[in-house]
Structures are given as C-alpha cells and as structure tokens.
Write a protein that binds this ligand. Structure first.
Ligand code: EPZ
Length: 431
C-alpha cells in the first residue's frame, strides 16, 4: 500500500490548477447510460473513483474512449447487462448512480446494496423509496437491490425527500428524465454538482427545471441523445488548497476554480484569518492574514452552507488557530476519524457526540499516521505540511480516490512530500 512521506514546516507558494469535480463527473458518467448516442465529457478528473466508474460502464457494455486523459467519449449503445457487480460497488458507493439511468432506459437494474463506509452507514433507502414512488418494484435479492419498472416505463410523480441526499437527488433526476409525465422533487439537494448534471442532461434533451434549488421539475421525454459537456471545477479540492496556503503560511494562486461554488467556505475561512482575493472569476489568491488564524465555530450542512467534505480540512486548520473552535458535523454520523490521528500529532481536540472542540494553537509534530477516508486523508496531509519533522501517512489510496496528482501539485508549490510505493511509481504522480 502506498504511503506519503512529508517533511513539514515549509510555506507553500506558487500556482495550482484545480481539476474537474469528482462528485460531478461520477453522476455525469452514469448519465451517459440514458442514451445509445455518444456523450462527450471534458475535464474529467484523473482519479481512482472515475477509473472505477469507467470500468462499471464498460462492464455494463458501454464503450468509453479517452482521446485525451480527461476527455471521455461514452457510447452506451450495446448494454448487455443491467447489473453493477459487487466487487465494484464495494469499492465505490457511487456505483449506485447506475440504478436510476438503467431503470429509466431499460426498465430494470440490479446493483449490489452498498455497505457502509468509514464515515457512516450511508443507506440508500431514500433512493429506493423514490424509485418505488415512480412505479418501480424494488426487492433485495442476495445482497443486491433489484429494481424493475412494470412494462418498462416509470411514471412521473411528486416526490419529497425526508432528508437532503445528493446522489439520491441525482439518481431520481436521471430516473425521472425518461418517465411518462412530470416529476417534481421537493427537498432536493442544491449542490453545484446537481446543476452540472442537469446541464448535461438538458443538453442530451432532458427537460429539467430548478436545478440548484430545493425543487426540481422534470418532464419525462421519449429518449435522450448525444451531448458534449465540461465538468465543473472541484470545489472541495479548491477549499483544500486554500487551507494548504493558510496552514503553511504561504501564498497560493488557485486557478481554474469557481469561487461561486464554495461561498460558505470562503466566508468561514475569511472569518478565521485567511485572506482570499478573487483575481478573476476562475482564480483566487490566498494567504494567511497578517493577524494570524482565529478559532471560529462551524456547522456542516447541505449546500449552500458549509460542506461536510471540508470539515476534516477545517479541523486541521483550527489546530493552528488561537482559541477554541467547535466543529459540528450534522451530515454523517462518524466523520471525526481524522481527529484521533491529529491528536497523535499533538493537536488538542475533544469529541462529544457530533461536536469536536479544537483548542489551538498547538505545535504539531510529525508521526506515523493512518488515513481512514478521502477527506480525512486530506486533513492529515495538511497537518503534516505544518508539523515539525517527518510524517508518514499510510493507506493513501483513500486520497487517490478524489485528488488528482496531489503529490505533483503539492511539490510544485514547494512541499517536501514523496509517495513511497511498494509497486512501480504511480504514473499519475511521477515527479
Ligand atoms: C455525496 O454523498 C457525496 N458523494 C459525498 O462526498 C458528500 O459527503 C455527501 O454527498 C454530502 O454532501 C458523491 O457525490 C459521490 P447523501 P451521498 O446522500 O450522496 C443520509 C466525498 O468525500 N442518507 O447526501 O452518498 C446519509 O447517510 C464524498 O467526496 C440516508 O439516510 O450523501 C447521510 O447521513 C463523501 N438515506 C445524509 O443522508 C439515503 O437514501 C447525506 O447523504 C441517502 C442518504
């Protein structure tokens, strides 16, 4: 298993370009299953989860051409099977995004029921209830979810999610796009990734209104067709690099981003003593304020409020801020695993239920630590970058799922980081 070896204490300076959003590319690749014509996606991030999603499409019978590393031309013309296999789903929950399109286009879908993961049980009950409301039958057969639309077509209806669910909203939006009649989704997720998916689907001929708000209206159509689309920048990678500048005391120019997609993060980090200047609509210049970092409380909530995917990175930053900050996690039930590793580096963090109180500023010291999930890994890399001495982070395959060429990008900013791999050097990160 790969490890990262990091010598901390160096300020990061220079320019970094943000990759495409993992959490938009995943549903957009799945949406290509809705048509037999070719869907071309640009700015697909070169990360493990997208390699997995591509394999899933190919296992189902689609062809995926990549004329350029980050351009995927998907043609789901000869779909031979409607089953997403367990071995793929167990490595990536987002495989469940195949359910909606397969059910919509072929009237059937079989996806291994995803297990929980490090950050929580992560059920998909809300997805399945919504499919049933669209007229599907949903059964559990030896660990697989088997969904069928009687006489092959779903029927539009009104759906209200009892809880905001990002992939639930995406799955139902895709299912409803080919249903008979109109579907209204209330309490829909408002994330930018939902808007990006809706933009792609409308280019394919879907009729979706309200994306980015909590109410979606989808007029079902007979069929969807070819489209070309560029994936939005990754707002969480953007937030992660803003923290990297602030936690190391450097100055970074962050290009190819979209500040409008992370207003709550920019506002909170601004309060906490990070100077964030918008040089143009797709470029930020960030550095720690002269007055230093200040402890500020934060609560994670659905978009447009502070995203849970930035909570771990924010906690690392708060270890370097003067004062006590309370971090409340309201989305997932077990998303503080990074805290114990930060404590091993010298952080002063007390956990009580879904609240973590960070007492800063504490000087962190390098240590051997373990990554547990994607965003926890990012948090530990950020902590290691500002710690005294050497840190070895194990199980960094977690970070490879959602950060493209993280070692190359950090080294280009002056970080002393290298990937220790047991096999050949990872091509994505050479150098
Ligand atoms: C998406 O996960 C993201 N993943 C997650 O990013 C992100 O943390 C999450 O949304 C919240 O913003 C992708 O988009 C691929 P949810 P998702 O359904 O859709 C509960 C990352 O780091 N729930 O919005 O799986 C659920 O348990 C990943 O990139 C149900 O109870 O999250 C959670 O408590 C991690 N039943 C809450 O709702 C359901 O049927 C929000 O989950 C569905 C969800």
């Amino acid at each position: 298993m790969d490890k990262f070896l990091i010598q901390g204490g160096k300020a990061l300076n220079g320019k970094v370009e943000i990759s495409g959003a993992k959490n938009s590319a995943l549903p957009c690749l799945a949406a290509a299953l809705l048509t037999a014509e070719t869907v071309t996606l640009h700015n697909v991030p070169y990360v493990k989860d997208l390699i997995t999603q591509r394999r899933l499409l190919e296992d189902l019978g689609a062809t995926v051409l990549t004329p350029e590393l980050r351009t995927h031309k998907i043609t789901a013309k000869n779909i031979e099977t409607f089953q997403a296999p367990y071995e793929l789903v167990k490595t990536m929950r987002a495989s469940v995004l195949a359910l909606g399109p397969l059910l919509a286009r072929f009237g059937q879908a079989r996806v291994s029921l995803p297990g929980g993961c490090a950050i929580g049980t992560r059920p998909i009950d809300l997805h399945l209830k919504a499919f049933e409301k669209l007229g599907a039958t949903v059964e559990l057969e030896s660990g697989d979810v088997v969904a069928r639309a009687p006489n092959g077509r779903l029927v539009g209806t009104d759906i209200e999610f009892e809880k905001v669910t990002v992939t639930g909203t995406e799955n139902v939006m895709m299912a409803a796009s080919l249903a008979d009649g109109k579907t209204v989704i209330k309490n829909a997720a408002c994330e930018p990734e939902i808007e990006d998916l809706a933009e792609l689907m409308n280019r394919m001929g879907a009729r979706i209104k309200g994306a980015g708000t909590d109410t979606l209206e989808i007029e079902g159509v007979e069929a969807l067709g070819a489209a070309e689309h560029t994936i939005i920048p990754d707002r969480i990678e953007t937030g992660t690099f803003i923290v990297a500048a602030a936690i190391t005391g450097g100055e970074i120019e962050i290009a190819r981003c979209n500040p409008d997609h992370l207003r709550a993060v920019i506002e909170k980090l601004g309060e906490a003593g990070v100077d964030i200047e918008e040089l143009n609509p797709s470029t930020l210049s960030v550095k720690r304020s002269a007055g230093g970092l200040k402890a500020k409380d934060v609560i994670t909530e659905p978009h447009p409020l502070f995203p849970t995917d930035m909570q771990a990175q924010y906690m690392a930053l708060m270890t370097q801020a003067e004062g006590d900050s309370v971090i409340k996690e309201t989305i997932f039930e077990n998303r503080f695993m990074h805290a114990s590793e930060l404590i091993r580096m010298g952080a002063n963090i007390a956990i009580s239920g879904n609240e973590a109180t960070v007492h800063g500023k504490t000087q962190l010291a390098g240590a051997r630590i373990l990554a547990s999930d994607l965003r926890a890994s990012a948090s530990l890399v950020l902590a290691a970058l500002c710690a005294d001495g050497e840190t070895m982070i194990d199980r960094v395959y977690h970070i490879d799922r959602g950060y493209e060429s993280i070692v190359r990008k950090l080294r280009s900013l002056g970080a002393n980081i290298e990937r220790i791999t047991e096999s050949t050097a990872s091509s994505a990160d050479a150098g």
